[in-house]
Design a protein. Sequence first.
Length: 272
Amino acid sequence: MSEDPFLLAVDVGNTSTSGAVFRGMEMLKRERRDTSELRRRSDWVSWLSALRQEMTLPGRIIVATVVPELRASLFKASEGLFSASPHFLSHESPLGIEVAYRDPSQVGADRLANGVQAFESMGGPSVIVDFGTATTMDLISKEGRYEGGIIMPGIHMSLESLHANTALLPAVDFEVPEELLGRDTVASILAGAYYGVAAAIDGLLDRLADRLGEKPAVVATGGLAAVVKEESKWIDAVDQDLTLKGLCRVGLRVARGEENRRRERVGGGRDG
């Protein structure tokens, strides 16, 4: 195996899908598509083939998906494009962190990838705030253990719910409000969504810090991470590639494990 193998990391979310080509841990190319555009095998073949052009060798692919119905089409599309079958990240993957969830299989693969990269880059205790379709928070202990998380509606989901479940509140596209107190209905909705999520995150982090007895490092990722950081007293850094980097890190461990097993088989055959 090459010292720096090529690897394609794919993060399939409910709303959007991101893919990145890595050589070792160096990101060479990153692309994003709406998940709604990647339903069929042919959709995946077209997109993956374009990404794969950055690789000079077939390499391998590692996937985190929270959309189970897309696994089959993605798996079939990957066949023939890469040197190994796709590895779908789960709690059984070589994460390098322990998972303390009561049922580890319930932890989203993207949240596990986030935890892997956060612990590698910041140590513990650390908290990841991911602004996706849902807003999630996950705690990694100083010992490298995924302790659990918090899930709440994302900002866009909250805005859609207000419109769908009320008679008079309008549909609103998100933008950062100009002031805390809105002076019309749209401004009031935006103030509630933006300042509300920032206050919720800071309040939850206050409680987590009290529980831990120390201040955790906090990294945010996802579409609205940078704008919410401006209003949060807790978020230390924003890394929009956190999930993809974590995926790559696990993918490299998978590759090393397979290479070690291959060498053991070859060595065992020679000895016999």
